[in-house]
Design a protein around this ligand. Structure first.
Ligand code: FE2
Length: 366
């Protein structure tokens, strides 16, 4: 599509902000387990009274971990209702005022009007709108800023700095929405934000009975922002989306997929640091070559680290999902390495389902 007609140009994901119960401890987890590097801090020492934030970065991925400091803080209330989870998906734009104007004029509900924040390192313009559930998009215009993160934050430099794990950038962020709301949310991204539906291999794959979810992938024009939107469906088991909605108390971001260019090394590092991943039965690998064809990696190595493989018309991808990273069975991460494939690994739902059935058959419990 013509770039000139694009009303909401986006350069990429700016940051993802989690509202958590204890930001200090969460920051340690993201350093230790996921290899994020300390970047910035804001709290009592910087003049904030109702919240504390730690900012961490790895590659182009920036996470903000924020906790409320009193029972009246909106951060505390959000965390109390939803548990730890993603509140903000911030988008990096060249013109935050235009982003706000163009989206609100098309029906977006504003949260914060364009606001200029300044310090000795320049100025940042931010504005925000609502999306699904209580999640918001913040538009961040930082072309006139060269500070460490945003005005109001100071550099955070602890002595403790575990090595990174090879994570490079946000590949996609999935949202879970209520029964029957996928189309409405997809329309929001189409109409209000100028996104288009990404027609991929996943749509043709008739595996709904195994996945118990329906999904549409919405992407911006330059494809740097990809938001698959899931709603629950009737399947062979209770939908994992329904479970999310029950525990998150409504719609919210389900997972952030982070890209690596060496998934074996990245998964090995995360496993060694105590990240819990989805269990993959050995039987998954029995017929994997038949399903995905020839790949560069050694199947035994992938089996050792339980890395999943899927193929589409354009290539293949390697991926693995963590278990939920907080007490509620809600938000988790995906680690992904793309080798040509532009889809999201839907074939793995059926393959995993069948491999679990084979395990049950082996045990005589099917
Ligand atoms: Fe994903």
């Amino acid at each position: 599509m013509d770039k000139n007609t694009e009303f909401l140009p986006i350069n990429g994901t700016d940051y993802v902000e989690f509202y958590v119960g204890n930001a200090k401890q969460a920051a340690h987890y993201y350093q230790s387990a996921f290899g994020f590097q300390p970047l910035a801090y804001a709290g009592l020492e910087t003049g904030l009274t109702d919240r504390t934030s730690y900012v961490l970065r790895q590659g182009k991925i920036t996470f903000v971990l924020t906790a409320g400091m009193n029972p009246d803080s909106p951060v505390t209330k959000h965390q109390c209702k939803h548990g730890d989870g993603v509140k903000v998906i911030a988008l990096w734009v060249d013109d935050a005022r235009a982003a706000y104007e163009e989206t609100t004029k098309r029906g977006a509900e504003g949260v914060e009007e364009p606001t200029v924040k300044k310090d000795e390192n320049g100025e940042v313009v931010t504005a925000s709108i609502k999306t699904y559930g209580e999640t918001i998009h913040v538009f961040v215009e930082r072309k006139n800023y060269n500070g460490v993160f945003l005005p109001g934050f100071v550099k955070w430099e602890p002595d403790y700095k575990p090595e990174n794990t090879g994570l490079l950038y946000v590949d996609h962020i999935v949202g879970n929405v209520n029964w029957g709301e996928m189309d409405k949310v997809a329309d929001f991204y189409r109409t209000v934000m100028g996104f288009e539906q990404l027609i991929s291999f996943d749509d043709k794959d008739i595996s709904t009975e195994y996945t118990a979810l329906k999904s549409k992938v919405m992407a911006n024009r330059n494809m740097r922002i990809k938001f698959p939107i899931n709603e629950p469906a009737k399947g062979l088991k209770k939908s994992q989306i329904e479970e999310f909605l029950d525990f998150y108390i409504g719609p919210g971001p389900q997972h952030v997929a982070m890209a690596t260019d060496d998934i074996v090394a990245t998964i090995a590092a995360h496993r060694a640091r105590g990240v819990d991943f989805l269990d993959v039965p050995d039987t998954y690998y029995d017929d994997v070559t038949k399903r995905v064809g020839t790949i560069d990696e050694d199947i035994e190595t992938l089996k050792k680290y339980k890395i999943l493989i899927d193929r589409d018309d354009e290539g293949y991808l390697l991926q693995l999902f963590t278990k939920p990273v907080q007490d509620r069975p809600t938000f988790f991460f995906e680690i992904i390495q793309r080798k040509g494939a532009k889809s999201f690994g839907k074939g793995n739902f059926k393959a995993l389902f069948e491999s679990i059935e084979r395990e049950q058959a082996n045990r005589g419990t099917l």
